[in-house]
Design a protein around this ligand. Sequence first.
Ligand SMILES: [Cu+2]
Length: 119
Amino acid sequence: MRYPLVLAFVAVTACGGSSSDTPTTPTIPRTPGTPVATTSVSLRNNLFDPVDIVVVPSATITFNNADGRAHNVSFANQTITSVPNWSTGDRTVAMPAATGTYGYTCTIHPGMNGTVRVQ
Ligand SMILES: [Cu+2]
């Protein structure tokens, strides 16, 4: 059964800090190289895919929950409207005009997090 292995894998990475975007010793394979230029993020297998994206200022990002179980998208930056729990389909998030790297997480699943770089 694959699920417990994934949970253990995610738990190991949950202690790496929250806001830094400069991982020192990555313990989970992340999207290689630079963030992916896209406004679409899938939620599957308790992960955001791609995990790191880059968008233009004020972009609208679409999060597609393909897992059929509840997730949320909770940004640390309170100026961004987070998405409460939902179980299937799309939700959108408007990014700020200010450039920067904005981290977010699913508060249900430790280690399920990602970043949006606005530039
Ligand atoms: Cu989740």
